[in-house]
Design a protein around this ligand. Structure first.
Ligand SMILES: Nc1ncnc2c1ncn2[C@@H]1O[C@H](COP(=O)(O)OP(=O)(O)OP(=O)(O)O)[C@@H](O)[C@H]1O
Length: 228
């Protein structure tokens, strides 16, 4: 299950407008890999992830994510890219005016699902994977932070992505809830999906060790645990 390349950046440059944030970025992620992305505030972690999901253009170097080339990515190609990636944010980004079920239904309908039966089945399936199948009718404000993040992870799984990009997914959670979310992300990775997770939380990295990339001095390099 492990091995097939899912994400490749070669000599990539990451920009915010005209400002160069990271240069000479080489990144390889294969099916089932779990990699952390660390670095101090403002070092470019979110900018790198945004480039990978088509929110920032890749102007130099080359890149491919889930079979889609990032160079010269056209506006109309972005939804196709996003369908192949699951994205998880620090602040969950659930729609606050609708239930868990309707949050997930909204994404499925927006990505072309029409059969009510298939939609309901898929929602049950992803909520089951994150242990939230009993909370389908709850509103986001009726859930704890950890539960909201579980729903956000379920949402990321809806279109069966090969890759999950997680930007500080435990940033708003207490230590024990963070560990629960890590266990869930590891299960997802063990089922063959690749995960790239930006984090500030070194204690989680020590407890759940994985390959670690560091953004520093305008580039990205592999680092080892004892040099964190
Ligand atoms: N929308 C934007 N427009 C212009 N510059 C930006 C924008 N967003 C971020 N930057 C700049 O890009 C640099 C990298 O920011 P980025 O958010 O990628 O860092 P980060 O490592 O994710 O930081 P943090 O850990 O605080 O989330 C910073 O200097 C930041 O000021």
């Amino acid at each position: 299950m492990k091995g097939d390349p899912i994400l490749r950046l070669t000599q990539a440059r990451i920009n915010q407008g005209k400002t160069v944030i990271l240069s000479d970025v080489d990144l390889h992620i294969s099916q089932g890999d779990f990699q952390y992305l660390i670095g101090s505030t403002g070092s470019g972690k979110s900018s790198l992830l945004k480039t990978l999901y088509g929110d920032l253009p890749l102007k130099e170097g080359s890149g491919e994510v889930c079979g889609i080339k990032l160079n010269n990515l056209k506006e109309k190609e972005i939804p196709g890219l996003r369908r192949r990636i699951g994205i998880v944010f620090q602040d969950f980004q659930l729609l606050t005016d609708r239930s868990v079920h309707d949050n997930l239904k909204f994404v499925l309908q927006a990505t072309g699902w029409t059969s009510k039966k298939e939609i309901n089945k898929k929602i049950q399936e992803v909520l089951g994977k994150v242990g939230m199948d009993q909370k389908e009718s709850k509103m986001p404000h009726q859930l704890s932070g950890g539960e909201q993040q579980r729903v956000a992870i379920a949402r990321a799984l809806l279109n069966d992505p090969q890759l999950i990009l997680a930007d500080e997914p435990t940033g708003n959670l207490d230590p024990s809830t963070s560990e629960e979310i890590m266990i869930l992300l590891e299960q997802i990775s063990n089922s063959g999906r690749a995960i790239l997770m930006a984090t500030h939380d070194y204690s989680l990295i020590l407890k759940f060790p994985h390959e670690t990339l560091k953004c520093e001095n305008g580039t990205v390099f592999n680092t080892v645990q004892n040099s964190l």
